[in-house]
Design a protein around this ligand. Structure first.
Ligand code: CP
Ligand code: NVA
Length: 310
């Protein structure tokens, strides 16, 4: 039976059941088919989305803007330094005002607590466009891509190699809810949040999946269906750059590592990528890489999300 997501905030995949995530993915698939058939169902005609961005973005910004326009609505980009938020107006006041105008708010922030505060005061859905804690919109597109390439996600082994960061957290939550084996390899000191791991392990057990953590990339990648990585230095971490480049050097996704995965394994990366650091050019530009489909699916997955929430 279809679940009703109207009015919900989308801050973390942790807050959604496997069935609800499945509903978003099914809608994304249907909207992608519509798109390729040349149809633009005006599901959000007359509706507006505010987009508050504290950090840079190419994919998230453009896919939300274009997605809204394809659904018949409008999107309003608000650079955080261009609105009164940067002159001391509170998040609570910003949320109360914006939600009198618009039907949904996307925000890309440093502190995840800012999103929680926005959601607390907003009377329209707040969508996480990336925080220091998670990036759930990315993982919707990633599961859509994974399933297009390999069939159902349930039972697949997903190897995460590198930083236990915001994107890793969303893979952990999403993979656990969908019954995958999420196998992470991170250097000491760069593990995912312990609370994320503990919560996801409960979900994974319920869904028949697993979440494992090691320091050994070979162990994570062995027999994996999907090999995923992300930048070693996320937005806001520039001061740690030298230490990070050093710590992550043994965690590069290259041809040698990829050989240990299953022969059909695909390579994913949310982008932007740093070739020669977390992934080699021959791998990300090679036949196993699905990163362009992954980037495209941001559009379809977020259209589904918007249509379901708003
Ligand atoms: N993957 C992703 O979120 O890209 P942007 O930073 O370009 O939005
Ligand atoms: N982990 C990266 C993802 C960018 C889309 C960052 O937060 O910068």
């Amino acid at each position: 039976m279809a679940v009703n997501l109207r009015g919900r905030h989308f801050l973390s995949l942790r807050d959604f059941t496997g069935e609800e995530i499945r509903q978003i993915l099914d809608t994304a698939k249907a909207l992608k088919l519509e798109h390729y058939a040349g149809r633009r169902p005006p599901l959000l005609a007359g509706k507006s989305l505010a987009m508050i961005f504290q950090k840079h973005s190419t994919r998230t910004r453009v896919s939300f803007e274009v997605g809204m326009s394809q659904l018949g609505g409008t999107a309003h980009y608000l650079g955080a330094d261009q609105i009164q938020l940067s002159r001391g107006e509170s998040i609570a006041d910003t949320a109360r005002v914006l939600s009198r105008y618009v039907d949904g708010i996307v925000a890309r922030v440093y502190a995840h607590s800012d999103l929680v505060e926005l959601a607390k005061w907003s009377r329209v859905p707040v969508i996480n466009g990336l925080s220091d804690y998670s990036h759930p919109c990315q993982i919707l597109a990633d599961f859509q891509t994974l399933e297009e390439k390999l069939g159902t996600a349930t039972g697949k082994k997903i190897a995460w190699v590198g930083d236990g960061n915001n994107v890793a957290h969303s893979w952990i939550f999403g993979g656990a809810k969908l019954g995958c084996h999420v196998a992470l390899a991170t250097p000491k000191g760069y593990e995912p949040d312990a609370g994320v791991m503990a919560a996801a392990r409960v979900d994974a057990e319920r869904a028949g999946g697993r979440v494992t953590l090691s320091v050994d990339p070979l162990e994570a990648v062995r027999d994996a269906d999907v090999v995923v990585t992300d930048v070693w230095v996320s937005m806001g971490q520039d001061k740690e750059k030298e230490a990070r480049l050093q710590a992550f050097r043994p965690y590069q996704v290259n041809a040698g590592l990829l050989e240990k995965a299953r022969p059909h394994a695909i390579v994913m990366h949310c982008l932007p990528a740093h070739r020669g650091e977390e992934v080699t050019a021959d791998v990300i530009d090679g036949p196993r890489s699905v990163v362009w489909d992954e980037a495209e699916n941001r559009l379809h997955a977020q259209k589904a999300l918007l249509a379901l929430l708003m």
